[in-house]
Design a protein around this ligand. Structure first.
Ligand SMILES: *[C@@H]1O[C@H](CO)[C@@H](O)[C@H](O)[C@H]1NC(C)=O
Ligand SMILES: [Cu+2]
Length: 179
């Protein structure tokens, strides 16, 4: 929170918009857990749940099940590719695990009510093309649904968000605490 506020303040100063009110996100305290991988659905290439509704300030917390998955923020228009501009959320390949859950989880805070598309960027087995993607706050009426995203993903080639595959951004890697 502190870093985020500071950044916004710095950007505001830079633009000379001193009158603009500093916008900060108030945490709701709500944590929504998503499991990356699964022993059942879609042969494990799945986020559960994969279609979430969340409020600004909610934390989305990814728990990684076996294999070697990631979470990458995407756009509806370009499935299996990171958000343009390089500022999207990325967990990094930091959660490979053979059984149970990875020792750490990846969390990010919901910043607005716009759809947040995400996919797994594991190319070994083409996870995204096989349906390992999800969305927070999709707009059903727009026709931009997760079903369509998945259909469009089939013929894409996965793009990694950065050359350094461990470099997570836009969220936090924290210990996986038992409930
Ligand atoms: C996880 O997957 C990435 C990308 O395929 C690979 O470079 C990395 O070595 C893998 N890590 C482990 C621990 O298997
Ligand atoms: Cu995956």
């Amino acid at each position: 929170m502190v870093a985020y506020t500071t950044l916004l303040t710095a950007a505001t100063t830079l633009l000379g918009l001193t009158a603009a009110a500093p916008s900060t996100i108030t945490p709701t305290g709500v944590i929504k857990r998503v499991f990356a991988g699964s022993t059942t659905a879609n042969n494990g290439l799945h986020f559960e749940p994969e279609n979430l509704v969340a409020e600004v300030g909610d934390l989305i917390e990814f728990h990684f099940l076996p294999k070697n998955h990631t979470v990458v923020q995407s756009s509806f228009d370009h499935p299996c590719a990171p958000l343009a501009g390089g500022a999207g959320v990325f967990s990094g390949f930091n959660f490979a695990v053979k059984e149970g859950e990875a020792d750490n989880v990846f969390t990010y805070m919901v910043k607005d009510k716009e759809p947040f598309w995400f996919y797994c960027s594991q190319t070994n087995g083409n996870h995204c093309q096989k349906g390992m993607s999800g969305v927070v706050n999709q707009k059903v009426d727009s026709g931009k649904t997760l079903d369509v995203y998945k259909r469009n993903a089939v013929n894409t080639v996965t793009v990694q968000p950065s050359a350094d595959i461990l470099a997570s951004q836009g969220g936090s890697i924290v210990p996986n605490k038992p409930l």
